[in-house]
Design a protein around this ligand. Sequence first.
Ligand code: CO8
Length: 258
Amino acid sequence: MTCYETLIVETVGRVGVIRLNRPKALNALNSTLAEELRTAFAAFDQDDGVGCVLITGSERAFAAGADIKEMAPRSFIDNFSANYMANWDSPARSRKPTVAAVAGFALGGGCELAMQCDLVIAADNAKFGQPEITLGIVPGLGGTQRLTRAVGKAKAMDLVLTGRMMDATEAERCGLVSRVVPLADLMTVAMQAAETIAAMSLPTAMTAKELVQRAHELPLAEGLRFERRAFHALFGTDGQREGMQAFLEKRKPRFNQP
Ligand code: CO8
């Protein structure tokens, strides 16, 4: 078992659960945490027993951004030479579906980490923002790119240029989050969503995720062609046979049987 300094990692049924655990720093993201996230995500990606990864923080903070104490002394050449933060994209790289359960602050890198996940389920106390401009910098991990694709130019400009926070209701209204739930229900609802996804045929869920991701990257005609090829290909899987057979036999499908 891997021991983590900044994360609590466990597998619950077919869900890999990662809890950010730097409570004194409101789960600020430092190099150790980024490296440990890489290790945890890589292990879940390789584990056939895991069908979905859920990432969460505390009730007070999902993550209050990159660790400013770690960042402050860095120079341009430090960042450029080390390609600083180039590997801080573990959820985005995960081939398996990911769910972010967000309570409290999701700011800067914290908002960017949530945006790398496929579903974002927010508690009603969640606050999202890209306050980097107030520190004299700009977002560095998708806060100008993923955010703009998710919420459009008007809202992205507002958040990135003023550094203000938006609450969960506003975040849902503008398309940043999938659902908003009372804080007390956050983990139950997020786990249910993750368990539902994890119970689907894994190759099918991975394909579905990849297809939706491609919608952000490809022109429509290419995306539609890619979707049709993937649709054709899934007829070569156990998942398609089991899913359709189960429907015809009026029973629940049993996917991912060992
Ligand atoms: N880095 C380091 N420590 C932090 C951070 C942070 N981002 N956020 C909070 N903390 C620490 C505080 O220093 C404090 O520690 P201490 O008790 O030792 O002084 C502790 O957490 C509690 O914080 P506060 O006392 O400030 O709590 P409040 O409830 O008063 O305020 C806030 C909460 C509003 C979240 C406030 O702490 C805040 O504004 N934090 C900074 C938010 C921010 O600017 N985030 C953006 C950082 S830049 C960034 O993320 C760049 C992203 C680039 C890519 C990252 C890839 C992952």
